[in-house]
Design a protein around this ligand. Structure first.
Ligand code: ADP
Length: 397
């Protein structure tokens, strides 16, 4: 089957066309600045050159039209006709408590997703705009929603409840949901496969360290805790997000700086994390370079980032009463040996020893702990698009 995988933001549309049998990516690309002046589409067919075209993209429907046109272009396209697309898999951000697994996007399911809009007011409406635009252009193609929150729905109550008045949970569903679920699921499952072990018998900690970052604890194939909360703001130090913080800081800064709640949340989401601590960059490559040059701002940011991850690993080893494997994934987790090393330096009590040479290798699935390390540490590149394609193929079969 040919599966069209879509990740729609409010002004962007990322896509891949994946063959669900060979699991090859046939083409991929991105539309940027949808509805904003200065639009751009980039398109790369498998084995071909990346093409970038400046074009105004007034709305998502036009974005889809451009993408379908690129994929069926007689010269660089990979399809003769859009009829070859068997199904569409949409990345959906927030499924609330309604979705513990992926679902065919029929009218009932779309209504249920709409009910989750309050929980993710920036992301879910954008996802829905994408689904509707796609349906208009391909009305007869089955569409599946794969939720970022679904994998975490197995968390027990003690892990997902906030210790605030219970009525807010009952009235509004205020609780921890977690995100990056597709990645945590894919990576933990793939880790067991890679190590030749039974997924259902393992305790795995996945560190998804990208611009957004989260850790999860996966016991016997089920997520039992994760670091992001009702929104992606909780947990680790991220590119621009603070992660965990005492809510009392908000009142203090509101008084001192005259900031309202919107400004405070904007500060925590967009101006904090690595960016806030370095006062210079949210990109971990810059932070790493500065760390090696012993720049004070980058040293404090890099150390804070690694310390927070190590703290979560400790908490999750406790939550699962042990850990068999720790996986690093996503932009930073896959590409930054120094970050992995600094995190693992805290893990002596788990019997973790790192093989420096293995840790410096780049690329595929890789074990970076020594043969006698009590806990296995590995790098497992994530592939959320492939995971969405697999789910989509499974549901439409
Ligand atoms: P997201 O999907 O959340 O936007 P990614 O998983 O793509 O994030 O990760 C982006 C982060 O990965 C950036 O901070 C970037 O600097 C970092 N990154 C990418 N390549 C490298 C590298 N070679 N070394 C260190 N960090 C890297």
């Amino acid at each position: 089957m040919k599966i069209f995988v879509i990740n729609c933001g409010s002004s962007s549309l990322k896509f891949q066309l994946i063959d669900s049998v060979s699991e090859e990516c046939l083409a991929k690309g991105l539309c940027e600045r949808i509805g904003i002046e200065g639009g751009m589409i980039s398109y790369t067919p498998a084995g071909g050159e990346k093409e970038k075209t400046k074009v105004e993209i007034p709305d998502h429907k036009e974005a889809f039209r451009l993408v379908l046109e690129a994929m069926t272009n007689p010269k660089t396209g990979v399809l003769k006709s859009t009829d070859e697309i068997d199904a569409v898999g949409h990345r959906m951000v927030h499924g609330g408590e309604k979705f513990a697994c992926s679902a065919i996007l029929d009218a009932d399911v779309l209504a249920a997703v709409t009910e989750c809009n309050d929980l993710a007011p920036l992301h879910n409406p954008a996802n829905l705009v994408g689904v509707n635009a796609c349906k208009e252009l391909m009305p007869n193609v089955p569409m599946v929603g794969v939720f970022d929150t679904a994998f975490h729905q197995t968390m027990p109550e003690e892990a997902y409840l906030y210790a605030i008045p219970y009525e807010y949970y009952k009235k509004y569903g205020v609780r921890r949901y977690g995100f990056h679920g597709t990645s945590h699921h894919y990576v933990s499952q793939h880790c067991a496969e890679f190590l030749g072990k039974n997924y259902e018998d393992m305790k795995i900690i996945v560190c998804h360290l990208g611009n957004g970052a989260s850790v999860s604890a996966v016991k016997n194939g089920k997520c039992v805790d994760t670091s992001m909360g009702m929104t992606p703001l909780e947990g680790l130090v991220m590119g621009t997000r603070s992660g965990d913080i005492d809510a009392g800081v908000l009142e203090f800064l509101a008084n001192k700086e005259g900031m309202d709640i919107k400004e405070l949340l904007n500060m925590l989401n967009k101006k904090s994390g690595l960016l806030g601590l370095t006062e210079a960059s949210s990109d971990s490559r810059d932070v790493e370079d500065g760390y090696f040059e012993k720049k004070e701002n980058c040293v404090r940011a890099q150390k804070s980032f690694c310390y927070r991850v190590a703290k979560y690993i400790g908490a999750y080893a406790a939550a699962m009463n042990g850990v068999d494997a720790i996986c690093f994934t996503a932009g930073v987790g896959e590409n930054s040996p120094i970050t992995r090393e600094m995190i693992c330096d805290y893990l002596g009590y788990l019997g973790v020893t790192i093989d420096k040479e293995a840790n410096n290798k780049r690329g595929d699935d890789n074990i970076i702990s020594t043969a006698d390390s009590k806990t296995t540490v590995c790098v497992i590149p994530t592939n959320e698009e492939l995971a969405i394609a697999r789910e989509t193929a499974r549901l439409v079969k």
